[in-house]
Design a protein around this ligand. Sequence first.
Ligand SMILES: Cc1ncc(COP(=O)(O)O)c(C=O)c1O
Length: 362
Amino acid sequence: MVLFLDLAKVNNRFRGEMDERIKTVLDKGWYVQGEENERFCRHFAEYCGTKYALGVANGLEALELVIRAHDFGPGDEIIVPANTYIATILAISRNGCTPVLVEPEWDTCNIDPERIEAAITPRTRAIMVVHLYGQAVRMEKVWALAEKYGLKVFEDCAQAHGAMHQGKRAGNLSDAGAFSFYPGKNLGCLGDGGAITTNDETLFLKLKALANYGSDRKYHNLYKGINSRLDEIQAAVLDVKLKYLDADNARRREIALFYREHITNPRLVLPQTWDEKAAVWYVFAVRTEERDAFQRYLADKGIQTLIHYPTPPHKQPAYAEWNDRSWPITEKIHREILSLPMSPVMTAEEIRFVADTVNAWR
Ligand SMILES: Cc1ncc(COP(=O)(O)O)c(C=O)c1O
């Protein structure tokens, strides 16, 4: 059986180091907003190349807080890819703003920068890009539009820890980047966790307060904030795993390259990258019109796959107001996409078995 992602195997590589760091937290008896959080955030900011990183409770709240900190609300529109995990869009809705969905490029599945301008109105306040499947969005056009129309740019980096764009990392390509450390992510903790990166000190301080009951200093509440913090155990675990992120991403790139060189089945469309360094291959998503049959075939052969994602956000009951509308490229991607096993702990035999089995599909 080839698992899609063997999380125990991923984490057990660092078991000794993680045990030790967790023990330190337990010995100290300090569980929230302590040294581990401070250390990890410093290291994560250094890694991303930003001045600041703030640990928060999860990726959804990281996104929500970024919007909230700009005081965007009802009447404000935020441009967002139609082809994303629903959390990106929920973060906009939960601030009372209007998400304006833009279709993706067919080759990378990321938001199509050429379609953004047509979606801009006098109410547009920001462009929220998503570096989907681990690949950085081509940002030049996004930046140019933001400048032309006076918009903020935010990044959803939940799938793109370490992805590069012309020498800079995801999270350092906009006003603020939002990360998830959900266990299956390229950098994942042992539960829920998230972070926000930025180079803007004022924004950072506001985010820090907003995530801590709106408190800018102890028992003084400047904003009606929330409680969204990264706890000490998760921060300690992440600080251990961060050291290995580049090596893990390099291994993902090797696997992706192997798949791209060895999978020759003409019934499949393979994922494309606009720059090898841009992609950290959170998932390796192939496409075929007979996706469900292909998934069943692989399952019969002992290969576990996942669909990222089966239903587009605009077809979800939660967004009933959009259910009758169509974003056809997004819908086609959702119908055809299938993610093959991808993780830094896959063996050479497993990778070859996946490629050979995929090629043998008739
Ligand atoms: C693109 C994207 N955005 C946001 C999120 C939300 O992150 P979290 O699950 O940590 O809330 C996820 C992951 O689940 C994601 O894949």
